[in-house]
Design a binder for this molecule. Sequence first.
Ligand SMILES: [Zn+2]
Length: 260
Amino acid sequence: MKRAAAVFLALVMLCFISVTHSEIASDDAEALRSFLQSHYGVTIRMGDEIHDFPLEEYELRVIPEGKSVFLQTLEGNSRYTGLLRCLDDVFSVYPPEFFSRFAKKYYFDGLRFLLTDQILQDGKRIGGVQSVHSGSIDIYLAKDDAKERAIHHEIWHAMDYRIRSDDPQAFDGWALLNPEGFAYTGDFSTIRDEERKREPDDWFASEYGRIDEYEDRATIFEALMLKDEAWWSSRPNLQKKAEFLLEKADPIFGKIFAGE
Ligand SMILES: [Zn+2]
């Protein structure tokens, strides 16, 4: 009896310690969220807060398959702390005021990030997806699948949308920058993971960019943010596409790179 009481007491203490620890970690997530929102001028929603913003054609999972509902609830928003830290690292390389440029009078309040646990497209896990709801341009991110590259990629999709909201013809001349006779595949299912990683020729930043012009530009923007000068200097045709893209971004977003 005495031993059972001791075990019970130990269990109660363990639960108390876990809950206290989780509350501290949740405070970290809240502190990070409020810093990111006030410092960069974005809106961030996470976990249960994004139920009102479903995405057609995608499944958003707050409880990933095989995960305990109990642990998920106990962890609360603290499970997004890693992704929030990653957002801070990524945001910090953009110029000051960059994120406030997404706002547009009578249309958008600005850029909003919706953090969830998993995003599935045709049953396959993806890092992120960009969408629009009235009042905001949205970027959905999955906590274990959205890394630095995916975040820059979705930020470009949001920029692309914002640029075309001012000038629907902004990218009309884009096709002229591709090799003669080239046609986009238009088919997301044709791209396998190994193809996505393969180094493409001079005209594309990634094999994924051959799907359509939106993915083409998003993968070029990723490369602008992540690849060094040596990588770019051997790709003159891709450079022309990058210059065109930055020229179209300039009226709204200004210079994104120092020395550009
Ligand atoms: Zn994309």
